[in-house]
Design a protein around this ligand. Structure first.
Ligand code: PLP
Length: 379
């Protein structure tokens, strides 16, 4: 089945009594248990509406099993603490989602878990950090906010060779554009708050991967209790029916905007994996089906980045991403606000860098909005 079909058809529950065409919302938190081998309970992650979403996601990600949680961070923290124990070591890609970085830096010491961030995206950067007690390697590609690319096959092979579990946060790509399991990655995470939900009104997270690993995660998840209620599951399933439509439109809009901005005299730099000028365009092309709806760009000196965002009419300033509406934010004011001046320089994140989450509006309207604000800001 093709992705467009999976989005619409897989996972939905046919109502056996009335034969309604959409999945009913099963609000029960209590289920008969005597005649079933498996006990159902929301915090066991196996209610009908939870199952419906997980089935669709597994089909999209070519995964054996999955677990739906109440936020992206619930998925990330539960997965990491399922496979990392006191005395273990984990290797992280350097550019990580701010919440993940904060969790690692502020909490891991209390759990007695050691960690290292790699200083680059090539295999030797990962090998350099390996220790006897390393158990997990964790990446994010494309990364926030510079849209850096990591070679998934190389990371998967590195993990296999060293006996590590490989984990990826696949939020930016969405399951439409990138399926890391096909490259040998063990576990794939998403903040479903972003593309999978897609309408800026649902908070959820998901992990999919090999059955054995998901079963281990489920045991930890029962302890942490970050489950999702039936109504939100239903909304998520409904949103996913248009996931492919939305993301394909976002892909083509973002490519057109990146091309336009790259040629614009008032734009210093554009970061988008779909541009041939991107340093890892070839890798992105080999492992992604589309280059995604996220891009970042740097305004030339002379245009005030705050005023620029305030003047925009269609594109709205907002912290989150992945919705049908185009949104923009300054990384130094949001996800990377805690970096020192030195860190900002060394990571290439300046105050003039803006991150754009491209929506599904008509691309000409978005480009006109951006261009008219650049021209206004110039004088
Ligand atoms: C938003 C986000 C998260 C966290 O997800 P929440 O649903 O906000 O908990 C994790 N990773 C990435 C890449 C994100 O963009």
């Amino acid at each position: 089945m093709k992705k467009e079909t999976i989005c619409v058809q897989v996972g939905g529950i046919i109502d056996p009594i009335y034969k309604g065409i959409v999945t009913p919302v099963h609000t029960s938190t209590s289920f008969a248990y005597l005649e079933m081998d498996q006990k159902r309970y929301p915090r066991y992650y196996n209610t009908p509406n939870q199952d419906a979403v997980v089935k669709k996601l597994c089909a999209l990600e070519s995964a054996e099993a999955g677990l739906l949680l109440s936020s992206g961070m619930a998925a990330i923290s539960t997965v990491l603490l399922s496979f990392l124990k006191r005395g273990d070591h984990v290797i992280f890609q350097k550019s990580l989602y701010g919440g993940t970085r904060n969790f690692v830096q502020s909490e891991f010491v209390n759990f007695g878990i050691e960690f290292d961030f790699v200083n680059g995206n090539k295999p030797h950067h990962f090998t350099e950090k390996i220790k006897d007690n390393t158990k997990v390697v964790y990446v994010e590609t494309p990364s926030n906010p510079l849209l850096e690319i990591v070679n998934l096959e190389e990371v998967a092979n590195f993990a296999k060779e060293k006996g590590l579990i490989s984990i990826i946060d696949n939020t930016f790509a969405s399951p439409i554009n990138q399926n890391p399991i096909n490259f040998g990655i063990d576990l794939v995470l998403h903040s479903a708050t972003k593309y999978i939900g897609g309408h800026s009104d649902i908070c959820a997270g998901v992990v999919v991967g090999r059955k054995k690993l998901i079963e281990m995660t489920n045991l930890m998840a029962r302890n942490f209790g970050g489950s999702l209620n039936a109504q939100t599951c239903y909304l998520l399933e409904r949103s996913m029916k248009t996931l492919s439509l939305r993301v394909n439109q976002q892909n083509s809009n973002a490519q057109a905007i990146a091309n336009y901005l790259q040629a614009h005299p008032m734009i210093a730099r554009v970061n988008y994996p779909g541009l041939e000028s991107h340093s890892d365009h070839k890798i992105a092309k080999a492992q992604m089906k589309g280059f995604g709806g996220m891009l970042s760009f740097e305004l030339m000196e002379g245009i005030d980045p705050i005023e620029f965002q305030q003047t925009l009419k269609i594109v709205r300033s907002s912290m989150s991403l992945g919705g049908v509406e185009s949104t923009i934010c300054s990384s130094t004011l949001t996800s990377h606000a805690s970096l020192t001046e030195e860190q900002k320089i060394s990571e290439g994140i300046s105050d003039r860098l803006l991150r754009l989450s491209v929506g599904v509006e008509d691309v000409k309207d978005i480009i006109e909005d951006i261009n008219s604000c650049i021209l206004l800001g110039k004088k």
